[in-house]
Each structure stands twice: as C-alpha cells, then as structure tokens.
Design a binder for this molecule. Sequence first.
Ligand code: ADP
Ligand code: G3P
Length: 499
Amino acid sequence: MTYILAIDQGTTSSRAILFDEALRVSAIAQEEFPQHYPHSGWVEHDLSDLWSTVAGTCREVIERAGKSSADIAAIGITNQRETTVVWDRTTGQPVHNAIVWQDRRTAAICNALRDEGHEEMVRDRTGLLLDPYFSGTKLKWILDHVEGARDKARAGDLLFGTVDSFLIWKLTGGASHVTDATNAARTLLYDIRKGRWSGTICNLLDIPMEMLPEVHDCSHDFGTTRSDLFGRAIPIYGVAGDQQAATIGQACFKPGMLKSTYGTGCFALLNTGDTPVWSQNRLLTTIAYQLDGTPTYALEGSIFVAGAVVQWLRDGLEVIRTAAETQPLAEAADPDQNVVLVPAFTGLGAPYWNAECRGGIFGLSRNSGPAELARAALESVGYQTRDLLEAMTLDWTRATGGAADAATLRVDGGMSASDWTMQFLSDIIGASVDRPATLETTAMGAAWLAGMRAGLYPGRDEFAKMWALERTFTPSMPEPLRETKYAAWRRAVEAVQIF
Ligand SMILES: Nc1ncnc2c1ncn2[C@@H]1O[C@H](COP(=O)(O)OP(=O)(O)O)[C@@H](O)[C@H]1O
Ligand SMILES: O=P(O)(O)OC[C@H](O)CO
C-alpha cells in the first residue's frame, strides 16, 4: 500500500490524483460537470453530478495507473469551499441543489444583518464578513425555503455540510458526519479562536446546531469508505478546503509565507502563525490548517474572477478557442493602447466587497480588438492580486510591528501556467513570483495530510524541503509605468462602483 488517492472536488470539475510513495503524480482523472444558473446571480450544483464524478474519477485513476484499491493506503479530500449542502440523514438525499460559493442570492439577508449591526460580532468570531460568499446565509436560505426543513433539522433528521462533509458521508455510507477546521472556518458559523461552532451566530441565523458536523484536525481518521465502492475499505485520513490545501502543498508553513492560486477565482493566503490577525483592510481571517489540535491562521484575499475572465473570452465573446491563445494575443496587443478591463462579473471580492457592482471596459479605440481585450483580461488578474497584496502588506506590517517582510509569492492553479500573466504579475506587484515544479499543489496538500497519517510521507519540515522551483519571474517594468498603469486600474475600479 504505497499510494495515496487525492480527491479534488472543484467548482467546475472533479479530479482524482494518485500519488506514489515519493509524492509524485502517478495518474490523473478529471471530469467536468454542468453548472446551473436558475436566476441571475444564482449558481447551483446537482449533488448527483458531484458524487458521480468523484466516484467515477476515483475508479478511473486507479485503473489508469494499473493499480487496485489494495495499493492505496489512504484518501485525502480537498474541495471547493463554502458551497452548501443539506441532506436527509435517513435517505442520504439532498433536500436542495448545492448552493455554490459564487451564488449571490443571500445579498439581501447579508445587508439586513449588517443594517441590524451584527457584522462586528460575526467578524470577531469567524474572521469573515457578512457577504453571500460564505455558507451561513446560504444554509439559512435553504431552511427558510424548503418546506419543513427547519423542523426536520431541529429533530436531527437533516444534516448540513460543506462538500467535504457530504462526500465523506457518501464515501462512508453514512457512517461519518464530519468536517475539518479549514472548511468549518468558511461557514460563517465557526468560532475560529474557540475552535467550536458559534451558538450566538446559529441563533441569529436560526440554524439548529443538531445539523452541524463534528470538526477535526486536517490530518485525522475521518472514517472508512464502503468496501463495495473501490473493492476495499480505504481510510480517509486528510481533509482541507482547496485554498488551504494549496497553502499546505506550497509548504507555506512559516509566518509571512504567501501563496496565490489562479483557478476560476484567485485566492491569496498569508500564513500568520498561531495568532489570528484581524485585517484593517477588509481581508479575511481564516484557518490555514490545523494539525495536532493547533490551528495555524491566515489572512486571505479572495477574488471571484481570475481564470473565469479567460473563460468569458472563450465562451462568452468567442474571441479565443483555448485559454492558451490569450498569450500570443496579449503579446501582439498594441503597446500604445491602454485598455483596462474590470471583470466584476459577480461584483467585487476582497478588498472591495461590493456584491452589487458589475464589470467595465475602459480605453477602447476604433482599433481595439481581441488582442487588446485579451491583454486587458490577463492584466486584470495582476492588478487584482496587487490590490490584495497591498492590503496584506499593511496588515502584516502592523501585526509584526514592521519586523517581518512577506516572503516571495508562490503561485499555482491552472492560470499560473500562463508565462505572460505571471510576468505581468511580477511587473505590477514589483516583486518576484515563484512557480513550483508541480502545479498540482492543491491535491498534493490533501495527499500529504493523508499520507503523513498513514506513515507514508514525512513530517512538515521534510515535506517543505521537497518543494521545488520551476521558474522565478522578476519585475522588468520601469517603476513609473507600473505606477501609471496601476493608478488607471484603481480609477477603473472606482468607476464600476458608480451604479
Ligand atoms: N494557459 C492559460 N492561460 C490563461 N488562463 C488559463 C490557462 N490555462 C488555464 N487557464 C485558466 O485557468 C482556469 C483553470 O484552472 P483550474 O486551476 O483548473 O481552475 P478550477 O480549479 O477553479 O476549476 C480556467 O479558468 C482557465 O481559463
Ligand atoms: O474550486 P476552485 O478551485 O475554483 O476554488 C473555489 C474556492 O474554494 C472558493 O472559496
């Protein structure tokens, strides 16, 4: 048994990745599933799609590697965070589609709670803000809208979970109703300092605490799979939300270390050590990982649209056929034009947190075309990262009394494969950007959590030494140009918030 199976249940696809005893990727299986948009601003997943793609890709990856379940020591799970699931304890049937993290339907609930003056209390306990992004108000919405749901939940007949909880429930045949501290920290219901569900917030949202899962360390015995699923009962030894798993996979174990993941959205996490830092610049405070009962905290900046802007060029505007085509287009763009694109398709995340505003394009001329748009789209990812890093640097400098600089930014995720985007990122933040040899950092983080407990992988320090650099991007843009461009971006962000 020298393999670890990592399940990465993401926003647009489910992936299963088999890691060997040296933590090398042995095989990958991936399956996309449909997104459901029942109303403007609503995003749902059909849970039978999530489950069938997870079970299917697990079977496929084992077969593709020419292995069997007898070769697998343990499973590690990492998942899209905040996405909210409620299911029946007896039948295992969800009572509603999963409400996805991007879904904005609870904006009015959040506004009302803010107007009633609850934001400080919620922020103090959870480290989060009153934004529809997090699970709490989504769960409230399900309990408010599915007939009889609240009474059933009170009677202990309905269960709540983030995607990890739901998958573990399915994998274990209903034996485990659990989650880990990193996923719990994204629900708006978990007190990240006390390490337990907040009765005060559950009361405020009228959420019966009977329906909440048990919360554990990220490396823990979460249960064992039904033996009929993969041919043998396999223990689940690792769980972390995907951005936290990437932080682990990037070996950001020291305070001041920082990673940014470029997938559909972009999420930057700065390790702040064993004390939580409360941002004065509208970043989130969250749990980076919890090992041996001790949480390590992070400051997080969340951007909702990163790679999704490239998907929009491809599927919405149809000016490219593949994501990689953005690079030659950006290179060919007219250097004398300065087109700025603010991709606030679902509002703006950190540090603006404006759920109502929408995107804008500025600086168009008669000659502007796909090349200038593609360049503006890739640049928007760099500008948004700089917004986050400026806020983080201010918070971190204050928290450390100016004693510590943030380390070099480590990047990963599908879009970090774009050299042009990473070079622009380095140029616009005016600092180096390190891209690791493996971009499978999210799955690797989950695999390491599971494999460490299974006795297959080394402890934290040895694992950190295995991190390998593929390429460093260093700034080459003259400073005056950098600042002129960034100032234009800031004005464009202000402009999209006029509505
Ligand atoms: N070469 C590329 N250039 C620009 N964007 C890319 C490139 N390759 C992938 N992407 C973008 O990265 C995203 C996919 O990254 P991934 O980490 O798989 O995302 P997720 O886990 O959110 O589904 C897509 O939005 C895609 O548009
Ligand atoms: O599935 P991803 O990679 O887009 O990540 C989603 C995040 O966890 C949302 O907070």
